[in-house]
Design a protein. Sequence first.
Length: 103
Amino acid sequence: MTSGGILSGGLGDLLKTFQQNGHGDKAESWVRPGPNANIDHAELEQAIGPEILDELATKTGLSREDILGRLRQDLPRAVDDLTPNGTLPAADEELENTPPTAV
């Protein structure tokens, strides 16, 4: 999957990628009400995949470390914002409620 695939595929696809790469428990904590599990740079890199990080670095001009730092801080909060009731939104709701973000 490419970064475009993850970004355009929506929250469900992002969570599926985390699950497939062994970090679904972290992402699920961001969906559920309550405290968010922290994820470190190595876990986040594994969850997203090095190919996608390389693609994001190429597209943004940011280093992988910068991307991981921003995602580590902002991704749990973004998932919280998109899942206020502890459930994934329908695809059309997700697009309407997704604020533009820059990585």
